[in-house]
Design a protein around this ligand. Structure first.
Ligand code: SF4
Ligand code: ZN
Length: 728
């Protein structure tokens, strides 16, 4: 049968059969497939064979959420299949039919889990399949800040490749996270759209069942951030509808399985926009045959607002979706810093009279200078000096603006920025160069972003970029380093005792409604993205925004870090869910976690201390749990004594669980994390105890990752935790 006839027949079938019939046809088909797959798997592997997805603490997450049942082995599956079948009533009622859509989701989850029995079924597929917990946690902050304004799920095969490309690129430039299922993956790849997690365009897989991996993301968001109780399916559906800004675009003809998957999406509150004729359900299922309008229709249907920033006049795209892009050696055109040349960046306040707004000056050769002709890579030293002026600008905000340089540069398609200050490292791609990108465009992007994002404090902004070694080095020594040093001194003197106000951060409440971060000079927000100075600056930029001052007053308990004002604020901001928090204890009323924390700290009783695991570490820690498993012990705004989510920077703060003895309690960390924090950690512990090079006493996975091995090492190095009061 020709594709055209098949297309017409299926199209006709959608219109003729009626929506509920189609959904049931799809659900029943999936139910049958699921039952068969479970039977085959049990025959092949036996009932006791383990089943599950990689790197999650939530078993088969959809079944766990819907029923509270923890599927661990194949023998647990037949009961789940029975539940699935009970959801398919075949009654001609749309609500009941949507339940059948959920049954399809459960079936697809089981089928996918069975596919994982033989190893990663996505190993030779451009799709990534199951999305591990740590990735979901890492998406928390960009989602709450609106940096990722929504989630698009694209499914099927487009009749027109070019318009598909335009849609995907449009979502990408708007910052959305796009998941793709089906042949559109290859179609998009063929058109040259940049694909991968780092570009926010994520291929899931070819089989329609792989769409379940995005449903699983939404459901686990509710488990991780919302602390919704497993088994309360209704609460999950409310959570995804209200808090997960996702929608579905289908491409090409729909068969009944896709329709029943769509019904599942609608049950979760995600509207479905098809490019073929479908029976419309207002607000939930609609047709948009014109691909030029797909994006607009979809955003409207899900009520997603895109922050419009004025178009920046540069030859490449500038969008938050490009933030994670890496520039590798083979695609690199130019490189600055990274130990090969010196590179620094500085934001400093100037008198308004001394600077000219939007003046961008390049002092020295640009990357297209004839002297680079025939060179493999253009290497230049780089000094980026941004001078700002404004009535509401405060010296303290300089670091806040300066740290944004990292993000702004990474937004440039074809640029990678690593580090900060005078350890900055920047790479540009050949592609960007060929499109005409030059150094002045870096200036343009930084200018637009500084003015746009900080409009309340920056009235004027002037940028000078130096590329001659003698300038870069001289200005660094004479002008820049003294400013860094003065700031460090100010930061060092900035303690919880030295200020009158702490700040709340309520950003994560859009996902974790009862979570409140209290941000102090010595305790940054647990996502690592909000320091006390950031919070203070945000209050200035957005007076009614997520960061509000908490006037300290007198402490009720200085050791534990209890303030009446903090308790009152937390109680009010959490709608009474949390009444008391301590700022310095992990055991008594510890601060809550939302879910997007950089690190998780947990007690290791036999070592009389704590282990810390960062999100990037994939393996099991000496307390027998991975990051994801440890993280699942807390989160969603719940207090769990003994577990605490926190930012990396807290490892080096003298207030880190100081009520229980503080930093010297740390007995184990992954090596990469330890190396990252060692300098500050060593300095702080030395000042607290006189112990030198404390980081060397902290065990890591290259030494031991089991309880016995860790204890042996701690004894050997004479770790201070062993001699401290019992932690519990
Ligand atoms: Fe979320 Fe806390 Fe970070 Fe604010 S500081 S964004 S509430 S984790
Ligand atoms: Zn958070």
């Amino acid at each position: 049968m020709s594709e055209g006839i098949e297309f017409l027949q299926e199209r006709k079938s959608v219109v003729v059969m009626g929506l509920t019939d189609l959904i049931y046809a799809g659900s029943n088909a999936v139910a049958g497939l699921t039952e068969g797959a479970v039977k085959d798997a049990i025959e092949k592997y036996g009932e006791d064979h383990k089943v599950g997805f990689p790197d999650t603490a939530y078993f088969l997450p959809i079944i766990y959420a819907a029923t509270g049942v923890k599927i661990k082995k194949l023998g647990d599956l037949p009961a789940a299949v029975d539940i699935l079948k009970s959801l398919i009533t075949n009654k001609a009622d749309l609500g009941e039919a949507l339940n059948a859509g959920l049954a399809t989701a459960v079936g697809a989850e089981i089928i996918e889990a069975i596919r994982y029995l033989d190893g990663d079924p996505y190993a030779n597929d451009p799709g990534i399949g199951f999305v591990p917990d740590p990735i979901i946690r890492s998406l928390g902050v960009p989602l709450v800040t609106g940096d990722i304004p929504g989630i698009a799920v694209l499914l099927g095969e487009s009749a027109d490749q070019e318009s598909l490309k335009v849609i995907v690129k449009d979502y990408q430039e708007k910052g959305l996270l796009t998941f793709m299922v089906g042949n559109i993956i290859e179609q998009a790849m063929e058109t040259g759209v940049k694909i991968g997690l780092e570009y926010r365009v994520i291929p899931l897989g070819h089989e329609v069942t792989s769409v379940i991996h995005v449903v699983s993301v939404a459901i686990r968001a509710a488990l991780i951030f919302g602390a919704i109780e497993p088994g309360k399916l209704g609460d999950f559906l409310t959570y995804t509808k209200e808090r997960v800004p996702a929608f579905v675009n289908t491409f090409g003809p729909l068969d009944e399985v896709v329709v029943s998957v769509g019904a599942g999406a609608i049950a979760l509150g995600f509207p479905v926009i098809a490019d073929v004729e479908v029976p419309e359900v207002p607000g939930a299922l609609m047709t948009q045959a014109d691909h030029a309008k797909t994006v607009e229709t979809s955003l409207e249907a899900r009520n997603i607002k895109i922050k419009v920033s004025s178009k920046i006049d540069v030859p490449v795209a500038v969008a938050s979706a490009f933030e994670g892009e890496r520039v590798r050696k083979d695609t690199m055109f130019a490189e600055f810093g990274g130990n090969k040349t010196s590179a620094w960046e500085l934001v400093t306040t100037a008198d308004a009279a001394d600077i000219e707004d939007h003046k961008i000056t390049i002092v020295g050769p640009d990357i297209d200078d004839p002297m680079f002709a025939g060179k493999d890579v253009v290497r230049l030293p780089l000094g980026v000096k941004i001078e700002v002026a404004g009535k509401a600008m405060q010296k303290d905000f300089e670091t806040v603006l300066e740290r944004r340089i990292h993000y702004f540069m990474n937004y440039i398609e074809g640029a990678m920025h690593v580090g900060q200050r005078n350890i900055a490292w920047i790479r540009l791609t050949k592609e960007a160069y060929e499109k005409g990108f030059r150094l002045k465009h870096i200036g343009e992007v930084l200018y637009s972003k500084m003015r746009g994002d900080f409009e309340k404090v920056v009235d004027k902004c002037q940028i000078t970029i130096y590329t001659k070694a003698e300038d870069v080095d001289r200005i660094l020594e004479e002008e820049v380093k003294p400013i860094y040093a003065a700031r460090d001194e100010r930061m060092g003197a900035l303690t919880d005792e030295s200020v009158d106000e702490f700040y709340t951060c309520l950003l994560c409440q859009s996902f974790a409604p009862s979570h409140v971060c209290i941000v102090t000079p010595e305790r940054l927000g647990l996502c690592g993205a909000v320091s006390w100075l950031d919070a203070k600056a945000t209050k200035e930029l957005d007076p009614l925004g997520p960061n509000q001052p908490v006037v300290k007053g007198k402490a009720l308990d200085e050791r534990l870090g209890i303030w009446e004002s903090v308790n009152e604020t937390v109680a009010a901001a959490s709608q009474g869910a949390v009444k008391k928090v301590t700022l310095y204890s992990i055991l008594e009323d510890p601060m809550t976690s939302c879910g997007c924390f950089e690190c998780i700290c947990g007690i290791m009783p036999e070592a009389n201390g704590v282990v810390i695991v960062n999100r990037e570490h994939p393996d099991v820690s000496p307390v027998g749990m991975t990051f994801g498993e440890l993280a699942s012990m807390t989160g969603g705004g719940v207090q769990t004594p003994g577990f605490m989510g926190h930012g990396r920077f807290l490892i080096g703060s003298k207030k880190f669980m100081s009520a229980e003895g503080g930093l010297p309690r740390i007995v184990w960390m992954p090596k990469a994390l330890k190396d990252d924090v060692a300098e500050r950690l060593n300095k702080a512990v030395f000042e607290m105890t006189g112990i030198e090079n404390f980081a060397d006493m902290v065990c890591d996975e290259t030494i031991a990752d089991d309880s016995e091995g860790v204890l042996e090492y701690l004894e050997k190095v004479g770790h201070p935790a062993l001699a401290m009061d019992p932690i519990m």
